[in-house]
Design a protein around this ligand. Structure first.
Ligand SMILES: Cc1cc2nc3c(=O)[nH]c(=O)nc-3n(C[C@H](O)[C@H](O)[C@H](O)COP(=O)(O)O)c2cc1C
Length: 167
């Protein structure tokens, strides 16, 4: 079963998160997951995918304008209705709006008729509430994204397990 992870990323943090999610998905038997930037989406792959996870950096506590435009234009074209949907975000600061980004992406996914899943509290620790958020903390001496690698991978695995169960 195919699963797609689609992201916008200007400086690489959200791309990295997307790749970790796809890595976690690919740990599940029978899953073929791929991550795509919105600038190079393999539309055939996405149409065949049973689940699509979408991610964005937080820009003023919102998704990027480019991702917003992409989501508004792509729902019908890619046949998102009925697919499993998920969302993730990266941000510079703790409380930098990642959860709000996720909430808005999930809202658009639901408007498109997707079935949204985060795992939430049902999978125990780490308890990923709406979706995983990576804080790069890039004003400090190191990029903090590595601290969130496991969360993104675990999320990907849980999402793929649920997709396998449903489809
Ligand atoms: C225009 C702009 C607005 C941003 N607004 C926020 C913000 O509100 N909160 C935050 O934590 N980080 C903010 N950031 C930082 C990015 O969300 C963060 O560095 C993110 O991980 C970048 O993702 P990318 O490397 O995939 O492009 C902003 C960055 C830009 C360029």
């Amino acid at each position: 079963m195919k699963l797609a992870v689609i992201y916008d990323s200007k400086t690489g943090n959200t791309r990295q998160a997307a790749e970790w999610i796809a890595e976690g998905m690919n740990e599940v038997d029978g899953i073929e997951a791929q991550a795509f930037s919105i600038s190079s989406v393999d539309e055939e792959f996405v149409k065949q995918s049973k689940g699509v996870v979408v991610g964005s950096p937080s820009y003023a506590a919102a998704m990027t304008p480019d991702l917003h435009g992409w989501l508004l234009n792509s729902g019908g074209k890619l046949g998102l209705a009925g697919k499993l949907g998920g969302a993730f975000a990266t941000e510079q600061f703790t409380h930098g709006g990642g959860d709000m980004v996720i909430q808005f992406i999930l809202t658009i996914e639901m408007v498109n008729g997707m079935l949204c899943y985060s795992g939430g509290g049902s999978c125990g620790n780490p308890c990923i509430h709406l979706g995983p958020v990576g804080v790069n903390n890039n004003q400090e001496k190191h990029n903090g994204m590595e601290l969130y690698k496991d969360n993104f991978k675990v999320y990907g695995k849980r999402f793929a397990d649920k997709a396998s169960e449903l489809f």
